[in-house]
Design a protein around this ligand. Structure first.
Ligand code: BF8
Ligand code: SF4
Length: 663
């Protein structure tokens, strides 16, 4: 571990280097300079038709409406719902791509991938009703692939994975008419209903938005996660070996004397073949012939999460750091696929030798090199990209790689948590539930999502998570937020001793785990849905009796848990937030939310919606506000279950913050 300087100091140094190297601007500068329009920021700008854009300020006049008559609540809810549709589309199109590759692999039509995780293959086969007796794993996979692919275009019925939710939740979805039918259908219907002149009742809009979001969490994302696990293995839970991965995180993972390839984007279809191809002896020799000691692969954004949790491949950074990695001058190729790739990358790359290589026909950037991954042999394509990086290595200019990097222990999939808590033969969430019941743990929180490119006094992610763990809340993380906390040193077992409350510390020490568990990328939030379902399901015995030693209610909405996306950026985060809400979880977002100028809709999201769904939205402008809301929510759930709230909230004052400052 090397934590000499704070993250802000490292970033400031990189930004200065960028300026000296003639980088015209970065996201950090642009986010400082860009003045946000208050109508957009507060949710009441409508540009759905050519009569507008209409901008509504209900504070000015209660009767203020758009030209068609749409009021602030209708406009904000349509905007919000459309973010859910877009987010669902993004995750699900990722899931679809994975399914297509999965099917082609099963049919032996594609080189470079294989059906590897037998345990998960059989588990998923059972869910899809695929008989496994006497069949090869490829045959089983083919039958799963056909059924999974059909779910994207399915018109009626229900998505298969819904049945993994607690029974009571499934019944609620059916009662409300929001059990998703087919993934694409729910996205299309939501887009239709939120166009000009269709659905004008925000409560009704949010019903379809719930159906759509559920099609993401329990559909597109979950299919993506599960089939990726079968192709690339379930993190921490391999058939013959069960252990978490170790990795290093931050710009310091780039190497001065090796060819650096940054793998950026989302679908591990690209990164997995790059990993394979990088081991090719011919390419290794070629790298040496150019004076490099080897080939160094590093991840960025959710691709980073995918390769970190499965292979311990180092991470160069999260969303905020993509331009900074290039500014080091040490990135020979940045290979990207889809989502969260800044257009600004190219302006930065032009000032360096870095080649940006796009690989998906869905995501092209001007002035880059395009190598299509889905055509031809993926391993050969990967080799081509690596060769490009090697050839580019001698072209480097001035290199300055910050020393800073941090260790992280990662890969806490639902399956690994199950194993970790109960051992090989008694895999179970029972110890987790009983620790919550006896008050050692106050509850569990999911802290997920993006990180905005700001230089801020405090890291909103780290401060929030530190406060949660100080209050004995076990934290599970995904996405860029996970990488943010990993960079700040929260994902090592020693962090429990330093930052966790006494109860959580005891649990972490007994299990040898960090107080903050890295569960994967953003599609892997589906792992958290499964974990929550499991926490509910073990509360009753086979014959339906309550087992008081581990009973935490009959629905996800009864659990003392909370979700948070403290620094959301992408529409995908709103889709995730809403599938948690529609699954019964109190979910808190910050530091802004584009609903704040729509009084009726905002009130509905923050409280009214809980009457039907059990879950609700919340908003906090600071980490402390968000932590407070989450802790209160968890305590409310505890008292509803008859569990003691145990103790007063541990508040972080400035002095404690300074004392506990990691970096
Ligand atoms: O899907 S956390 S900035 S990289 S959207 Fe994007 Fe947000 Fe990062 Fe991953 Ni998720
Ligand atoms: Fe204005 Fe209505 Fe058109 Fe929106 S849909 S831009 S509020 S006229």
């Amino acid at each position: 571990m090397n934590k000499k300087r704070t993250r802000n100091e490292v970033r400031a140094e990189m930004l200065e280097k960028g300026q000296a190297d003639n980088v015209k601007s970065t996201a950090f500068a642009r986010s400082r300079d860009q003045k946000q329009c208050p109508f957009g920021e507060y949710g009441t700008c409508c540009k759905l038709c050519a009569l507008g854009p209409c901008r509504i300020n209900p504070g000015k006049s209660d009767s203020m409406v758009g030209i068609c008559g749409a009021d602030a609540d209708t406009i904000a809810s349509r905007n919000f719902a459309r973010m859910i549709a877009a987010g669902t589309a993004a995750h699900s199109d990722h899931g679809r791509e994975v399914t297509r590759v999965f099917l082609a692999t099963a049919r032996d039509e594609l080189h470079g991938y294989e059906i590897r995780d037998n345990l998960k293959l059989r588990m998923v086969a059972e869910l899809y009703g695929v008989q496994t007796d006497g069949k090869s794993k490829e045959k089983i996979a083919e039958e799963i692939g056909i059924k999974a692919l059909a779910e994207f275009g399915q018109q009626d019925g229900e998505l298969v994975f819904l049945k993994r939710a607690p029974k009571k939740r499934q019944e609620l979805w059916r009662e409300l008419g929001i059990a998703p039918r087919g993934i694409d259908r729910e996205v299309v219907e939501l887009m239709h209903r939120t166009g000009m002149g269709t659905d004008q009742d925000y409560k009704n809009i949010m019903l379809q938005a719930s159906r759509c979001a559920l099609a993401d969490g329990w559909g597109g994302s979950m299919i993506g996660t599960e089939l990726q696990d079968i192709l690339f293995e379930t993190p921490g839970h391999l058939e013959h070996e069960r252990q978490v991965a170790h990795g290093e995180v931050d710009l310091g993972v780039l190497k001065e004397d090796e060819v650096n390839i940054v793998m950026h984007g989302h679908e591990p279809l690209l990164s997995e073949v790059l990993i394979q191809a990088s081991k090719d002896p011919e390419l290794q020799a070629l790298a040496k012939s150019k004076g490099a000691k080897g080939i160094n692969l590093a991840g960025m954004c959710c691709t980073a999460n995918e390769v970190l949790v499965r292979h311990g491949i180092p991470v160069a950074g999260n969303y905020s750091q993509q331009e900074l990695a290039i500014i080091t001058g040490a990135v020979d190729v940045m290979a990207v696929d889809v989502q969260c790739i800044m257009e600004g990358l190219m302006n930065v790359a032009q000032c360096y030798h870095t080649k940006v290589v796009t690989t998906s026909s869905k995501a092209k950037l001007p002035k880059t090199i395009h190598v299509e991954l889905s055509e031809g042999d993926p391993v050969e394509t990967a080799k081509k990209i690596i060769r490009m990086a090697i050839e580019n290595y001698p072209n480097r200019g001035k290199v300055n790689i910050p020393e800073e990097k941090t260790d992280a222990v990662v890969g806490f999939s639902h399956e690994f948590i199950n194993y970790m808590l109960g051992g090989t033969y008694r895999q179970s969430y029972r110890p987790l539930n009983s620790n919550i019941i006896d008050g050692r743990l106050l509850g569990v929180a999911g802290v997920v999502g993006c990180e905005r490119p700001y230089i801020r006094e405090e890291n909103i992610h780290t401060e929030l998570v530190k406060e949660l763990i100080a209050n004995d809340i076990l934290v599970v993380q995904t996405g860029c937020s996970a990488l943010s906390c990993a960079m700040d040193g929260l994902m090592v077992p020693e962090a429990a001793e330093e930052f966790a409350g006494p109860g959580l510390r005891e649990v972490c020490e007994a299990l040898g785990i960090p107080p903050v568990l890295h569960a994967g990328s953003c599609v892997d939030n589906s792992r958290i849905l499964i974990a929550l379902s499991e926490m509910v399901n073990i509360g009753r015995t086979q014959n339906g009796d309550i087992d008081h030693r581990v009973y935490l209610g009959d629905d996800i909405s009864d659990l003392p848990v909370a979700g948070c996306c403290p620094d959301w950026v992408h529409e995908k985060a709103i889709a995730i937030g809403h599938y948690f809400v529609a699954s019964g979880v109190g979910t808190f977002f910050g530091p802004s939310l584009q609903v704040t100028n729509a009084p009726g809709f905002k009130e509905f999201l923050y409280s009214g919606i809980a009457e039907s769904l059990g879950g609700k939205w919340g908003f906090g402008a600071t980490s402390s506000e968000m932590a407070g809301l989450m802790i209160d929510h968890i305590k409310e759930k505890r008292s509803a279950l008859g569990l003691e709230a145990k103790k007063e909230r541990v508040l972080y004052d400035m002095e404690m913050r300074r004392k506990l400052e990691v970096r």
